[in-house]
Ligand binder design. Sequence first.
Ligand code: UGY
Ligand code: MN
Length: 247
Amino acid sequence: MTSPYGHTRTRVAARHALLAPDGHVASCIPGITGAVAVIQIDGAMGARFSQVLLTFERGGRAAPAAGPTETFGYFMSGGGTVAIGSLKTRCDAGGYFFAPAGERWSITAPAAGTRVTLFSKCFVALPGTSAPKALIGAASRIKGKPFLGDPDARLQVLLPDTPAFDMAVNIFTYRPGATLPFVETHVMEHGLVMLAGRGVYRLEDCWYPVAAGDAIWMAPYCPQWFVAIGKEPASYLYYKDVNRAPA
Ligand code: UGY
Ligand code: MN
């Protein structure tokens, strides 16, 4: 809903950001046609990765040139055909893919209105370890495990937890009233999109009301905490950089 007095929940601070959907503005991204592309987080904000929301029209297509970045894509709604090298599968809502650096990937034949969140980063190789392989999966096949023993805060780990991967992408689902158990402060950076429900996100010394569709950036060492509110579970998809030596 537009505000007659210029209010928005969006806030871009030096070391964290909340982007509410009311502020979205589309960008043209090479290799993406027939889709509204909103760059929510990237290097211009201070991040070391990018987060992009694609909303496809019928006949839309995403097929960027291969480069040094690896890409994780998650179908928030709708569906489309994902191809990475020799892999090719139809993904529906909750489907996801990982395309390693240097490999071409594409999304074709999307249902109209399909929304996909992409996280991309420059791959950092680990000497002596082979690079991670392409994969296509579905969140429905990944069991949610209690986070630090709390059955009301469940974590689904979407990518293999092995040293080859320098990124992790997880889904956190909270029953109403459940929280992150403590205020986390860590070197890993986060990009996040609220998939469902509502809550309050603490970022540094600010507490933000958040709801499905909101995107959040947390710089390294940004103190963070969450509580789910309302009557429905709240869930979010989030990115973090992992498994590499400190800078
Ligand atoms: O994996 C994480 O760091 C996660 N517990 N952080 C978060 O949900 N903000
Ligand atoms: Mn965290």
